[in-house]
Design a protein around this ligand. Structure first.
Ligand code: FE
Ligand code: FE
Ligand code: ZN
Length: 275
């Protein structure tokens, strides 16, 4: 059974997200661990988390994805900003232990004027400080479109980070389809080649989740603006090939398309029908 869901709001609590997911035919979902703009996360309601854990077990959910606030920057030139990212991510990972066996996805960061190499070292350093041996969460680096000075614009950059992490078995990659397309990978016409390249550079065993988005812009535009499934420059046929690809089939697919719940429900139904 296809593992598919979408990004959900956590404002009503954790169990409520599980119920929303069920309502729209999802068996996975993604959520922000805290308000991406604000800093403080609400105190964790353990009863609520336990209810979600039970719901997920009962309904055979796949792994879910907690997404770090996208405002964090693990490779800022400002040590205070890096320290904030470190504290926030560490706190998030400790919380995720109450829902063991899931994913924590983050944007590697923007090196600003430091250069990608320096940025890569800072990101790996931060990970080496916050990962621990018996943590139950796998941390995912998201593939980025490469706007501005984003680190993670190529498979090579992600691999450079992974190589420097000591507890590499706690790490993985989340491939954002809009981002790789905008970053210049031709997933529309040459999906097999792109996957082969990913396998050569990083290794497909590191690929743990897919952000399934169409794109408002052309391949290589380095823009990062998501579009509804089938309404952008990637198109429904290419997205069908992705969802049905034997090398991707078992992964959780998370929609981050510009939709409300009803729109997500339609997209999930459509993608389940073609599977
Ligand atoms: Fe993201
Ligand atoms: Fe994404
Ligand atoms: Zn994006």
């Amino acid at each position: 059974m296809l593992k598919i869901g979408c990004h959900l709001s956590s404002s009503k609590g954790w169990e409520a997200m599980g119920k929303d997911a069920l309502k729209i035919g999802a068996n996975t979902f993604q959520f922000f661990t805290r308000n991406p703009r604000g800093s403080k996360a609400k105190a964790l309601n353990l009863e609520d988390v336990e209810k979600l854990r039970k719901l997920m077990e009962e309904h055979h959910f796949s792994q879910i994805v907690a997404h770090a606030p996208y405002t964090l920057n693990a490779c800022s030139s400002d040590e205070k900003i890096r320290e904030f990212a470190r504290q926030t991510m560490k706190d998030d990972l400790e919380r995720m232990e109450y829902l063991p066996g899931n994913y924590y996805n983050f944007h590697p960061g923007s090196h600003v004027k430091q250069g990608a190499e320096k940025g890569i070292c800072q990101i790996a350093d931060l990970l080496n400080e916050i990962l621990w041996e018996d943590q139950k969460t796998t941390v995912l680096l998201e593939t980025m479109a490469g706007k501005g000075t984003e680190v993670g614009r190529s498979f090579e950059e992600l691999n450079e980070i992974l190589k420097k992490v000591d507890l590499k078995e706690k790490m993985g990659v989340c491939m954002d389809i809009c981002h790789v397309h905008d970053g210049g990978y031709d997933i529309v016409n040459h999906l097999d080649d792109v996957l082969r390249e990913f396998d050569c550079v990083i290794g497909l065993d590191c690929l743990k989740a897919i952000h399934l988005n169409d794109s408002k812009n052309l391949m290589g535009s380095r823009k990062d603006r998501h579009e509804k499934i089938g309404e952008g420059s990637i198109g429904l046929e290419a997205i069908e090939r992705i969802v049905k690809h034997p090398l991707l089939k078992g992964l959780p697919f998370i929609l981050e398309t510009p939709n409300e719940l009803d729109g997500y429900e339609r997209e999930i139904r459509m993608l389940r029908a073609i599977e």
